[in-house]
Design a protein around this ligand. Structure first.
Ligand SMILES: Nc1nc2c(ncn2[C@@H]2O[C@H](COP(=O)(O)OP(=O)(O)O)[C@@H](O)[C@H]2O)c(=O)[nH]1
Ligand SMILES: [Mg+2]
Length: 187
């Protein structure tokens, strides 16, 4: 977090983390759309067609006589770009972990969570994290992970906050973001 008392400016960095294709870009895009700030969202392409490298952008709010600028990033899921992920994490004040609710992708979720834990080390207990179990619209045939299964496989404590989200229609996307902001604010 950067505090500029002269300019009354508070700057945060929030990173959306999770395996490839879990819905990070879709979630972030929904947020920028909601705030009518889609033009602030930049995406870097890999050059290999539509595959995204990462997305980033700022959302700015006014609270009292302070400007709050939130710097938003998504990590890249492709393993080819794994070396960029520590950089994206640098200086993060909070994280939203987007897990894919499809049961057959459990191992991808666990692998991504383990990578994050390794990169953060001790900081994992200090940085506020909110979890999203995304794509819960793909229900049917008992093929979705449940919140309690995710908690168990990720070894989360029982007060971890997990939202069931649908990034393609925005269900709980804004709520998970606000929940993280509250968590950051409580410190
Ligand atoms: N059915 C469904 N599809 C989703 C949802 N969220 C994302 N997707 C789709 O999953 C694919 C990957 O999403 P994307 O946001 O690019 O994933 P990222 O790699 O984590 O950034 C895209 O085709 C999205 O439209 C969701 O909640 N439900
Ligand atoms: Mg993406």
């Amino acid at each position: 977090m950067i505090v500029d008392y002269g300019k009354h400016l508070l700057m945060f960095k929030i990173v959306w983390w999770g395996p490839a294709m879990s819905g990070k870009s879709t979630s972030v895009r929904y947020l920028f759309e909601k705030y009518n700030k889609l033009e602030n969202l930049k995406s870097i392409e890999t050059g290999a067609g539509r595959t995204l490298f990462f997305d980033y952008g700022d959302l700015t709010f006014i609270k009292g006589n302070w400007n709050i600028k939130i710097n938003i990033w998504t990590c890249t899921g492709q393993n080819f770009y794994a070396e960029t992920r520590p950089t994206v994490l640098n200086g993060a004040d909070g994280l939203i972990f987007i897990a894919d609710a499809q049961r057959n992708l459990l191992n991808d979720n666990i692998e991504s969570w383990n990578e994050l834990k390794n990169l953060l080390g001790n900081k994992i207990t200090e940085i506020p994290i909110i979890f999203c179990l995304n794509k819960v619209d793909l229900n049917g045939n008992n093929k979705l992970l449940t919140i309690s299964e995710l908690k168990q496989h990720f070894k989360l404590n029982k007060n971890a906050i997990i939202f069931e989200t649908v990034a393609i229609n925005g269900r709980n996307v804004f709520e998970s973001f606000v929940s993280l902001l509250n968590k950051i604010q409580r410190g």
